[in-house]
Design a protein around this ligand. Structure first.
Ligand code: NAD
Length: 334
């Protein structure tokens, strides 16, 4: 489980919380934190990329095997919930391969959640959006009023979801907030998921003694955000009346190059690293990214607590405990 220091039990004990996509990387970390706070958690997931093995088997929750694209099922679950966390989505790789499936899950699924929320007792809903809506931003760090530039069908669908959230807030008073997450890494991110994120890929490659594949020159930057911090941001937003109707960035606020990330992982693993430069993929069209996180800091009073070094250290220990990365004493190159 990811490190989450805030205790949410006062507000969430006994509450029914629906988590769509709760078997995925971020969702399973959220589910464990909610269950530990005493919430009654219902996970809706069709397991297309998620897995129930992501969730600690000692934890009690309800699982519904189904899709957010099933309107009646979603309506029934949302109507019965006190809070809704809408994390289910097709990732950028699946979406690039099949934009129609992306449209049905990411846009249609979000519309189903919001439509049901109009009739629900749900006190608040959080929609997980993505920093990918900014494209190649002109100004850094990127604040929420920066223009959106949708370079991929995935960015289009995540932005459409946000726009629906905003429209349902303004038109029907649905108490919803959107969070734009930036490159999340940490416990439970699986290398077997084709869009597992770069950290899981690098750990796997370094562990196997392979060269680390770097797309392009490796000088591209991202704002890498530890999943425990993302869980805290998400639950604090869920519980904050001041979040309603807003779109807020979630990031570390620190810009790191992909090469620096690889070096940090190599150092945490005590392994030598060698690079293999490979061609840019069609989804690698963003050069620099770092988020301005002032809005969520002031509205929700959330701030990231985990440095890249500490987050990587925790992530590597989790991979080792999960048997994904081994602990042979190979001397580090640096
Ligand atoms: N990981 C990141 O860096 C990142 C960055 C920005 C935004 N996000 C957003 O965060 C959310 C969670 O992402 P993640 O990284 O945990 O991905 P993930 O693929 O691990 O989780 C997504 C979950 O949604 C489920 N799902 C997909 N289609 C579904 C459907 N039709 N019905 C029900 N469940 C379905 C999958 O099985 C999976 O369990 C997504 O909305 C994603 O767009 C993630």
């Amino acid at each position: 489980m990811s490190h989450v220091d805030v205790d949410f039990s006062r507000e969430l004990a006994g509450k029914r919380v629906l988590v769509t996509g709760g078997a995925g990387f971020i969702g399973s970390n959220v589910v464990e934190t909610l269950c530990r706070a005493g919430a009654h958690v219902i996970v809706l997931d069709n397991l297309v990329t998620g897995s129930l093995s992501n969730i600690d088997p000692s934890i009690e929750y309800e699982f519904v095997d189904g899709s957010v694209a099933e309107r009646d099922l979603v309506a029934q679950l949302v109507i019965e919930s006190d809070y809704v966390l809408h994390l289910a989505a097709l990732n950028i790789i699946a979406s690039t391969k099949n934009p129609r499936d992306d449209y049905e899950t990411n846009i249609g699924g979000t519309l189903n959640v919001l439509t049901a929320a109009r009739k629900s007792r749900a006190k608040r809903i959080v929609y997980s959006s993505s920093a990918s809506v900014y494209g190649n931003s002109k100004h850094l760090p990127i604040s929420e009023d920066e223009a959106t530039r949708t370079f991929s069908p995935y960015a289009v669908s995540k932005l459409a979801g946000e726009n629906y959230c905003h429209a349902f807030y303004e038109t029907y008073g649905v108490p919803v907030a959107s969070l734009r997450y930036s490159n999340v890494y940490g416990e439970k991110q699986q290398e077997s998921n084709p869009y597992c994120g770069v950290v899981a890929k690098f750990v796997g490659a370094i562990d196997r003694g392979e060269e680390v594949p770097i797309h392009g020159d490796g000088q591209q930057t991202r704002d890498f955000t530890y999943v425990g911090d993302v869980v805290e941001a998400t639950l604090m937003t869920l519980l904050s009346p001041k979040s309603e109707g807003l779109v807020m960035n979630v990031g570390s606020g620190i810009e790191s190059s992909v090469l620096k990330l690889a070096e940090e992982i190599g150092a945490a693993m005590g392994r030598p690293i060698a690079f293999r430069h490979v061609n840019r993929r069609d989804i690698d069209n963003i050069r620099r990214r770092v988020m301005n996180i002032e809005l969520i800091r002031t509205r929700v009073r959330w701030q990231p607590r985990t440095s890249l070094r500490e987050g990587i250290r925790r992530t590597v220990s989790w991979y080792r405990a999960a048997g994904v990365a081994s602990e042979h004493a190979v001397p580090a190159r640096r």
